[in-house]
Design a protein around this ligand. Structure first.
Ligand code: NAD
Length: 280
């Protein structure tokens, strides 16, 4: 993939590259999503994170088609929903997503939640391995997997996930699960990087000072921290000026002291559902 201008990329364990910053479209209505993704692409975003359950894949697809951007310059992720998990249902779920997106393949297909009470994530993983082999997705990965879930698929499968996408923000830094993935080359992606607006970032000790020091907003400091932690990140905003702000984080660097200040903000504060409870 071509490196987006003035941005950073990470190398997946498949050898492919992923733009480290993207746009997420959770809770963006299908009506609005085409405009949101079009704005993001115009600003220079080249990585889009959607999911079947967001019900906006068709809008993402329209924005991509209208952009005229060559397919190989875009990185598109979607996810299989819990009720589609299973060895006989996963392929049809991906086909539906591809049809809605208007694409022949995605760059990354994730198991959205382990949904452990459904007891299907291992067989779903094996089905995803086949979908990757068939070329319907370039890479496969997981989301919201705890160390135990990761270990189960590492043992049963023959492909190591490229990605584990988990809730990750300054108050919830996920050191344990990252530690399990790292030796396998599993890249962590951060969802809810800004805490989903569920707590006031300004209350994090030292964050305001870092913003003043670097002449950036607190959101830019938080996103820059994600970049320097080596995780992929795709903040959501429907407002073009905020999308531009979130992209404007490649012209400064946090130093070691700044990074230590960020690391000290980890209070174990989860804002979303615990993966063991996401069995919808
Ligand atoms: P987020 O942390 O990106 O927060 C989004 C909120 O932050 C928005 O409501 C917006 O108002 C605000 N915001 C964004 N930029 C801002 C700025 N510059 N200044 C001030 N406020 C700003 O939360 P999210 O959308 O839940 O997470 C990002 C993406 O992660 C999602 O869109 C989705 O693609 C993905 N996600 C995945 C899962 C999963 O289970 N895998 C769960 C949630 C989200």
């Amino acid at each position: 993939m071509k490196t987006p201008e003035n941005q950073s990329v990470l190398s997946l364990n498949t050898g492919a590259e992923i733009p480290q910053l993207g746009i997420g479209v959770f809770k963006v209505d299908d009506d609005e999503c085409e405009r949101v993704v079009s704005d993001a692409l115009e600003l220079g975003y080249r990585h889009i994170d959607t999911a079947m359950i967001y019900r906006n894949e068709a809008a993402v697809g329209r924005a991509i088609a209208n952009s005229g951007i060559p397919r190989d310059e875009l990185f598109v992720t979607t996810k299989i929903w819990n009720s589609d998990q299973g060895k006989d249902t996963a392929a049809a779920a991906l086909e539906t997503s591809l049809e809605l997106l208007g694409l022949d393949s995605v760059d990354l297909y994730l198991i959205h939640w382990p949904a452990p009470l459904r007891e299907k994530y291992v067989e779903t993983w094996l089905a995803l391995e086949e979908l990757a082999a068939a070329g319907r997705t370039a890479a496969i990965g997981v989301s919201n997997f705890e160390p135990e879930h990761l270990e189960n698929i590492l043992e049963a499968g023959s492909v190591v996930p490229a990605i584990n996408q988990v809730e990750l923000h300054p108050a919830f830094q996920q050191r344990a699960v990252r530690h399990v993935g790292e030796p396998h080359g599993i890249i962590t992606e951060a969802w809810g990087p800004l805490g989903q607006g569920k707590y006031d970032l300004a209350e994090l000790p030292g964050l305001g000072d870092l913003a003043t020091k670097h002449g950036k907003t607190i959101q830019q400091i938080v996103l820059r921290w994600h970049i320097q932690e080596g995780v992929a990140v795709f903040p959501k905003s429907v407002r073009k000026e905020r999308m531009a702000e979130n992209l404007d984080i490649f012209d400064f660097e946090l130093d070691a002291n700044d990074m230590n200040t960020m690391v000290a903000m980890d209070s174990g504060r989860r804002v979303g559902t615990h993966p063991d409870d996401g069995n919808w």
